[in-house]
Design a protein around this ligand. Sequence first.
Ligand SMILES: [Zn+2]
Length: 257
Amino acid sequence: MLIKDRLTISILQKLVETKTIQEIADEYKCSYIYIQKLLKQYKIACPYSSKKNTKTLIGQKYHYLTVISYKGINHRHDVLLNCRCDCGQFTEVKRTNLVNGNTKSCGCLAYEPRPNQTGENHYRWTGYKDIPGYFFTGILKGAQKRRLEFNITVEYIWSILEEQDFKCCLSSVPIGFTKNFRCRRDTTASLDRIDSFQGYIKGNVQWVHKRVNLIKHNMHQDELEYWISHLYETLQPSKISNKIYHTHLWGRRANKS
Ligand SMILES: [Zn+2]
């Protein structure tokens, strides 16, 4: 009687739950590869083998991820592991990706500025001091699109920011830039035109918080003050909470706590 006939699908499925491929091969006196071929042919996953192999990985650390437990096998027979990231998030990672280094974190690493790859250290950095190149180009391109007069330089707007002591000139909230392009949403500084009917010309620009700029829109400062005073009266000052807003979290992705 051939081994193939003895090892039917149903028998193999049962064996695989409690034995590794090697143990099955020893029991039926055939090679490891032969059993592996049969499993592939019958499309049977071997959870016990992967579970046993995974045991050695538990507690090990790969970059940001620490293996906690065995999760299971997906439809492609990849071994999945439960891992904890250094940032505190729990995530499920394919074993192969974890071991060969394709997956290094829960995803937080992609958004974390790497000291050797950000700001002036980046080989493609085009900015001036803290102001990234794309930020200034963005203003320039926007002005060209709207056909606004433009005669400011990046050095000039930096000097204004220094004069304002890195604070929003209307709300006094600290403002700044993120040097990492991927985190550009976290930038809070925004360049405002004092008189919206004029372009980006020297003497007509000031730094504000991006939220303040959104509120101000194309209003003149007098008009803004008019609306704020009326809003403040209507909204009842007692109801406005005095909680200190964490300004660095403004504009961040909602799913990141
Ligand atoms: Zn993480």
